[in-house]
Write a protein of this length. Structure first.
Length: 67
């Protein structure tokens, strides 16, 4: 990757990138950007359910599967 792009992304010193292929092309994100993106998605789907949690999700899945 060209040095100027690495510098803008804060990747000096071998930082990691997450590569995501989409129908529109390829998205490169730093790990911090990927975490922020995941948090934004989680807020989008749990905004109207402040009690939503991973534990609640797993419990619901267990109930749905009859386990």
């Amino acid at each position: 990757m060209p040095a100027d792009i690495r510098k803008r992304l804060g990747l000096a010193g071998g930082g990691s990138l997450i590569v995501e292929e989409t129908p529109d092309g390829v998205i490169l994100r730093t790990v911090a950007q990927s975490v922020a993106h995941a948090r934004a998605l989680a807020r989008k789907y749990t905004a109207d359910r402040p009690d939503a949690s991973v534990d609640a999700f797993l419990a619901n899945r267990r109930e749905d599967s009859g386990a």
